[in-house]
Design a protein around this ligand. Structure first.
Ligand code: ZN
Length: 429
């Protein structure tokens, strides 16, 4: 369901720290060696229904907010202590789905946070009323042995969502501790691979293409509907790229028959045609936006507007980078390539208030025909500017996704002439 994929947004809430412990402790057996910011009164076990004070989380806390804050405080404290069992008990039943039980849940956190140290946890002011409360949560993390720049700051100021259940307040979404939070790449990727078709679309429209060059790039809305119906009736589950990396890097389970739907270039029909059809089938898609073309018409192509990009992101769709101007990466100089990748990501993240960690190579370059040197240079730039994965437009389509090649994720192109039988066959390449 799309609703499951709604991502915790950044907020502008003023951050208020948890009362720090007087003496940071080093706990043996924990991956998080440095423990800070645990309230002295913070519970060590499941105190979800206890009325722990909200500390400095809000100036005038209500009883309701205080209990939600206390629960999140207990959840974050359990994380800082490596008490994954306590975290598990504080989850809503829905949030416990997809882990394969408590053991898979613990393994995920151990693996994801192995490369970092936790210096502190901070709660912001609660928002909302009634049975749903959102609270900004910040993890103050540093790399243990160095790591990719600009990744750990993405785990700051993300909304956690708490809901009131008959058993008390529970964590429905953990903000930076949620499985949909930004990926922390391991220094050495594990030798893991999984078969997940990443479908590659461009136009989805019943409007006849205005140029011959658009014919193969255009899947009719009729055909696209038939493809989504096929996926739905054959047990496929549309997942996000973050789900793929949760599996590749941390071993989290995938649903049966996972598939990723991607849409390149950000054409206006991404919003008018693809987006509503995805919603009709309760599926999520990733849209690769050329930020310099948003809101423009260039030749025969009209592109989405920023309000449309924001609306799709708010509805749970992923908005990822496709550079600023869709150049052939690898042909330009390093400064221009860096500009294309750095600014497209920054502009997009600023608009949608979400992390942008993935990109699609324009026309697949330089991985379709570029030199090895050009490919190595682009990979270096992608790491430097905060990308943790990139999808190809490969000459040979494939579905085998490998943790050791995160910047070369193969895709399967769906073209205007693709029949439903061909579509079904390509899911199993
Ligand atoms: Zn493109």
């Amino acid at each position: 369901m799309v609703a499951r994929y709604v991502y915790p947004c950044y907020t502008s809430a003023i951050m208020c720290p948890i009362s720090p412990s007087t003496t940071p402790r080093r706990l043996t057996g924990l991956l998080l060696a440095t423990l800070i910011a645990v309230a002295p009164s913070a519970p060590q076990r499941d105190h979800a229904t206890s009325a722990v004070g909200s500390g400095r989380a809000t100036n005038t806390p209500s009883i309701t907010d205080s209990s939600a804050v206390a629960t999140l405080r207990a959840y974050a404290t359990a994380f800082a202590n490596g008490r994954y069992d306590a975290m598990w008990r504080l989850l809503t039943p829905a949030a416990r789905a997809g882990w394969g039980g408590h053991a898979g849940y613990a393994t995920y956190y151990q693996r994801k946070f192995a490369p970092v140290r936790l210096r502190g946890v901070t709660l912001g002011a609660p928002q909302g009323a009634g049975s749903i409360v959102r609270i900004p949560l910040t993890l103050d993390l540093t790399w243990r042995h160095g790591g990719q720049p600009d990744v750990l700051t993405l785990l700051r100021n993300l909304n956690a969502t708490l809901t009131r259940t008959p058993a008390g307040w529970r964590v429905a979404q953990g903000g930076p501790l949620d499985p949909e939070a930004p990926i922390i790449p391991p220094p050495v990727p594990p030798a893991s691979a999984v078969r997940v078709p990443i479908l590659m679309y461009h136009h989805v429209s019943d409007t006849p293409p205005l140029a011959y060059s658009q014919v193969d790039l255009t899947v009719t809305a009729h055909d696209f509907t038939a493809q989504l119906a096929y996926l739905s009736t054959h047990g496929y589950h549309a997942i996000r790229l973050v789900d793929l990396f949760n599996t590749l890097y941390y071993g989290r389970l995938l649903p049966p028959r996972p598939v990723i739907l991607t849409f390149d270039d950000g054409y206006a029909d991404s919003y008018t045609d693809a987006f509503p059809l995805l919603r009709r089938y309760h599926m999520v898609g990733a849209f690769y936006i050329i930020t310099g073309l948003v809101g423009t018409t260039l030749g025969v192509n009209t592109y989405v507007t920023w309000p449309q990009v924001e609306a799709m992101a708010a509805a749970g769709m992923d908005m990822e980078s496709h550079t600023v101007s869709h150049p052939d990466l690898g042909l330009l100089d390093a400064d221009r390539d860096a500009y294309e990748l750095r600014f497209s990501r920054a502009v997009l993240a600023g608009r949608i208030h979400r992390a942008v960690q993935f990109m699609a190579y324009p026309s697949g370059a330089p991985f379709r025909s570029g030199t090895l040197a050009a490919q190595a240079r682009i990979r270096t730039i992608l790491v430097r500017y905060g990308y943790i994965g990139a999808v190809l437009d490969p000459v040979t389509p494939g579905t085998q996704q490998d943790a050791r090649a995160p910047y070369e994720l193969p895709r399967v192109r769906v073209a205007g002439a693709t029949t439903l039988a061909q579509f079904a066959a390509r899911l199993n390449l």
